[in-house]
Design a binder for this molecule. Structure first.
Ligand SMILES: O=C(O)[C@@H](CO)OP(=O)(O)O
Length: 206
C-alpha cells in the first residue's frame, strides 16, 4: 500500500515579495505565486501523484495555492479541509514590518533567532515550538490517519507551520531545524512506512 504525504508551501505572496513579516496576516498571491502554484500541480501530475484529500490553512495564500495546484492536476474535486491549526506562525508585533529594516533595528542575529530558532518567540507571537504544539495534534488526528489508510494527502501550508512538521518527519532537532527552509511552490513528496516514519522523499523542483 502507498502512503503518500505531500507538503507544499504556498506560492509567493504580496508580502513575501515586499519582504514583510506576514504570520497570520492574509496577503494574496503575486502573479509569480500563482504561476508557482500551477507549476507545482503540473509537476505533481507529471510525477504520477493523485490525491484523496487536501489539507490547508485558514489563510487565503495557502487556500488559493491548493485550488490552483489541484486544478493544474486536473483534480479540482479533491475534498479540501481548511483549518487554522495549519496557519503560519503568528509573528506578533513583527507582523507587517520589513525584515531588512527589522534587522537594522534589532540586529541580524536577533532577527534570525526570532525567524528560525525553535523556542524563542517573536515579541507577542509564536515560537516554532508553539506552532508545533498546534500543528502536530492536527497532523496526528486528521492527516496521518488518512495517509496510513493509503489515502494520499496534500498539505498546503506555510514556511513555519511546515517546518514544524519537518521536525517530526525529518527528525530535525531544535538545533538542526534552524538551518531548514522550504521554497515557495516546491512540492515535497514523502512515502511513509506503516509506522509513520519516512521511507522516501522526493523534492519536485523546477
Ligand atoms: O513572514 C512570514 O510569515 C514567514 C514566511 O514568509 O517569514 P520567515 O521567513 O521569517 O519564516
Amino acid at each position: 500500500m502507498d502512503r503518500i504525504l505531500v507538503l507544499l508551501r504556498h506560492g509567493q505572496s504580496e508580502w513575501n515579495l515586499k519582504n514583510l513579516f506576514t504570520g497570520w496576516k492574509d496577503p494574496a498571491l503575486t502573479d509569480v505565486g500563482i504561476k508557482e502554484a500551477i507549476a507545482a500541480g503540473q509537476r505533481l501530475k507529471a510525477h504520477g501523484v493523485t490525491f484523496q484529500h487536501a489539507f490547508t490553512s485558514a489563510l487565503s495564500r495557502a487556500q488559493h495555492t491548493t485550488t490552483l495546484a489541484l486544478e493544474a492536476m486536473g483534480a479540482p474535486e479533491v475534498p479540501t479541509t481548511r483549518d487554522a491549526r495549519l496557519n503560519e506562525r503568528d509573528y506578533g508585533d513583527l507582523s507587517g514590518l520589513n525584515k531588512a529594516e527589522a534587522a537594522q533595528k534589532w540586529g541580524d542575529e536577533q532577527v534570525m533567532i526570532w525567524r528560525r530558532s525553535y523556542d524563542t518567540p517573536p515579541p507577542g507571537g509564536e515560537s516554532l515550538r508553539d506552532t508545533l504544539a498546534r500543528v502536530l495534534p492536527y497532523y496526528n488526528q486528521e492527516i496521518l490517519p488518512c495517509v496510513l489508510r493509503g489515502e494520499s494527502s496534500l498539505v498546503v501550508a506555510h514556511g513555519n507551520s511546515l517546518r514544524a512538521l519537518l521536525m517530526v518527519l525529518e527528525r530535525a532537532t531544535p538545533k538542526t531545524i534552524t538551518g531548514i527552509e522550504l521554497d515557495t511552490g516546491v512540492p515535497v513528496v514523502y512515502r511513509l512506512k506503516a509506522d509513520s516514519t519516512v521511507e522516501s522523499k522526493v523534492i519536485l523542483k523546477a
